[in-house]
Design a protein around this ligand. Structure first.
Ligand code: ADP
Ligand code: MG
Length: 647
């Protein structure tokens, strides 16, 4: 007591395994002290507990009973991150089967543990190559394990054990898989490291190999049967050291390191990554496309309403509970004239329409004939291309005149500029064309808006419609703001005049509202279908990441054995899932826009807005974070010993 604590001190350590009911005692009450700078060979036949002892010494495993301390620190008091730090800095493992990652170069394999001690990439690489050079592998930097001999691979793994400046090298049968010449070479290397002050603990069942060490310990059935340093196998000072744990924990791996690991692993499995991405890509693309089509439809309808004007009020016959057969005789020209008295009702245009055919020479045109007044032109904000609209005088005089749309002019006269002044035949009477309306083009739905045939409402009543009532009245309020009060006044007046509420009065605002609501519902319906596919994509990501974790158990075990914290593994796999989803999200947005462009070629209205792609992208990120977590968590919880045993 009082002197410096020994590097390694085991006191009555036991380890038993419980499998399917029966317990195996692999280590039985072992006490052992190893000092700094020793070269110890642990020997014993197969099953005697050598590997179990080694795993406990290297903090990969915990004793079932007894006390273990490193430089006076009780290992039992250390948390998982501190244990990782010990594996990272204090110990370097050399395994019988090298345990190199086959996809990394020699340099990258050596540099692997340095990622977890936070060494920068350039420094890691330089350090790794320096070590490889020292171990005689200066011409093998970029070779992968498959391109190296067994002896060379084992030297790479020794270099890896040394990169963080390990104090202790734990080598479990390092020569077991090597030919004798390579074995000799490796032992010379270990001896040289011992000369430099590294403590070496070597497991072997070869007495020739063991002779290279300064101290030989024999195990049999989990007990130490001989120890060349302490032939009497005396029990050590049994008071356990109680120094508080002061092991420094290393910060988590940098995000750049995690990202670059993610990319290289995805590159290795690029085809599978592509298939995984497909779910996310289709999901995001579907969201983007569906929302664009939904929004486009809405904008289109709204634009059409906008062109009508937002201060229009339409009056139709038929009350709330009446079925509108189009023939309800509840609106009259007198009603229309009365409505003109309402303040704010700027234009009041009665409408009466029916279908008919008009002729000029050989040509005819079938369509809707509308009887109205000059207010119609102003209420609708239409303009004349040729001639004039009919006047109030034409109304009072029952003038046989007609104003036609561009399409009608073209189909009757083959030339829109020839129409004015000509006489057309309709229902056995002649009408003079006095004006042609300015073309308005077709609406987004492909509907022609230039097929108007307008005659004075009085003339129509006399010669075409045969009865008095109107099909509707269009009123233009002086401004959008007063549209609602005016519409209320209109309803009140008509209800009063008719003695009952037998008309429907609507403002365009109400129409806009109704349309917006329907279209929004449609948009969200489309979006939720798309969101479901995104969700399915997320499940795909989770599935592939779980497969990924199972396949890479050995890699995960190795990373943990060389010092990765559970949190580092968690971060690596989370970032990997995240990268998949970011790439999938980006590709999905691009594909979605591609589909939108194609769709818009077919005259389907679409809206290029930023929200849906952003939404979809963010959702795909969230999908990555959520669905990537379970696999990453699974990886981080793997037991490194079991993971290393995987093939
Ligand atoms: P050695 O390395 O000397 O061959 P081990 O330490 O691997 O011996 O094993 C010692 C004993 O513990 C053996 O009887 C073995 O079957 C048992 N053992 C080792 N690992 C496990 C395990 N994970 N589960 C159950 N028994 C185990
Ligand atoms: Mg073993």
């Amino acid at each position: 007591m009082g002197s410096e604590a020994p590097l390694i001190q085991l006191q009555q350590v036991s380890r038993s395994y419980h499998t399917e009911g029966n317990a195996v005692t692999a280590l039985d009450n072992i006490s052992l002290t190893i000092n700094k700078g020793e070269f110890v060979a642990i020997m014993g036949q197969s099953g005697s507990g050598k590997s179990t002892l080694m795993n406990i010494l290297g903090c990969l495993d915990k004793p079932s009973a007894g006390h273990y301390s490193i430089s006076g620190q009780a290992v039992a008091s250390l948390n998982p991150d501190q244990l990782s730090a010990l594996r990272l800095k204090t110990f370097g493992f050399v395994f019988q089967r090298y345990q190199l990652l086959s996809t990394l170069t020699a340099t990258e394999n050596v540099a692997l543990p340095a990622i977890y001690s936070g060494m920068q990439k350039t420094e890691r690489t330089a350090r790794a190559q320096q070590l490889l050079e020292k171990l005689g592998l200066s011409d093998r930097f970029d070779h992968r394990p498959g391109e190296l001999s067994g002896g060379q691979q084992q030297r790479v793994s020794v270099a890896r054990a040394l990169i963080n400046g390990a104090d202790v090298i734990l080598a479990d049968e390092p020569t077991g898989a090597l030919d004798s010449a390579s074995g000799e070479q490796l032992l010379d290397l270990l001896k040289a490291l011992h000369q430099e002050g590294v403590t070496i603990i070597l497991i072997t069942h070869d007495t020739l190999v063991a002779e290279h060490a300064n101290r030989q310990i024999h195990l049999l059935d989990g007990k130490i049967v001989s120890d060349s340093a302490r032939p009497a196998a005396k029990t050590e000072d049994t008071s356990p050291s109680t120094t508080a744990a002061t092991v420094k924990v290393f910060p988590s791996i940098s995000s750049t390191a995690a990202l670059s690991m993610a990319f290289s692993s995805l590159r290795l499995n690029w085809f599978r990554t592509m298939l995984t991405l497909l779910g996310i890509i289709i999901g995001v693309a579907a969201v983007v496309t569906m929302m664009a089509i939904g929004e486009g439809g809405k904008e289109n309808v709204l634009k059409r309403i906008e062109t009508i004007g937002t201060n229009l009020i339409s009056v139709r016959p038929g009350g709330r509970n009446m079925r509108n057969t189009g023939d309800i005789a509840s609106l009259s020209l007198e009603d229309a004239n009365a409505l003109k008295e309402i303040p704010g009702a700027m234009y009041v245009a009665p409408e009466r329409s029916s279908r008919s055919t008009i002729r000029y020479g050989e040509n005819d045109f079938s369509g809707r004939i509308t009887g109205t007044t000059p207010d119609y032109l102003y209420a609708k904000d239409w303009e004349m291309a040729q001639g004039v609209f009919f006047s109030e005088e034409d109304i009072t005089n029952y003038a046989p005149v007609v104003v036609i749309g561009d399409t009608v002019a073209l189909s009757l006269f083959n030339d829109r500029y020839q129409a004015v002044g000509k006489y057309i035949l309709m229902e056995n009477a002649f009408y003079q064309v006095i004006g042609v309306l300015k073309a308005k083009g077709s609406s987004g739905g492909g509907m022609d808006m230039d097929d108007e045939v307008l005659i004075p409402v009085t003339t129509g009543r006399l010669k075409v419609f045969g009865s008095d009532f109107l099909s509707g009245i269009t009123i233009k309020a002086a401004s959008t703001e007063i549209a609602k009060p005016v519409s209320e006044a209109v309803l009140a007046m008509l209800t009063q005049r008719h003695g009952t509420e037998d008309v429907m009065v609507r403002t365009t605002d109400a129409l806009v509202e109704a349309v917006t609501e329907t279209q929004n519902t449609l948009t969200w319906l489309l979006a939720s279908v798309a969101a479901i596919s995104l969700f399915v994509g997320g499940i795909g990501v989770m599935n592939i990441m779980l497969v990924n974790v199972s396949e890479r158990k050995r890699e995960i075990g190795l990373r943990m054995a060389t010092g990765a914290k559970p949190g580092d593994i968690l971060k690596q796999f989370n970032i990997e899932a995240w990268v998949v989803c970011v790439l999938g999200g980006l590709a999905g947005v691009v594909l979605g826009y591609g589909v939108i462009v194609i769709v818009s070629q077919f005259n389907i209205p679409v809206a290029y807005t930023l929200t849906p792609p952003l939404l979809a992208f963010v959702t795909s990120l969230a999908v990555g974070l959520i669905f990537g977590y379970a696999p990453a968590h699974k990886a981080a919880r793997l037991n490194p010993i079991d993971a290393l045993a995987e093939d």
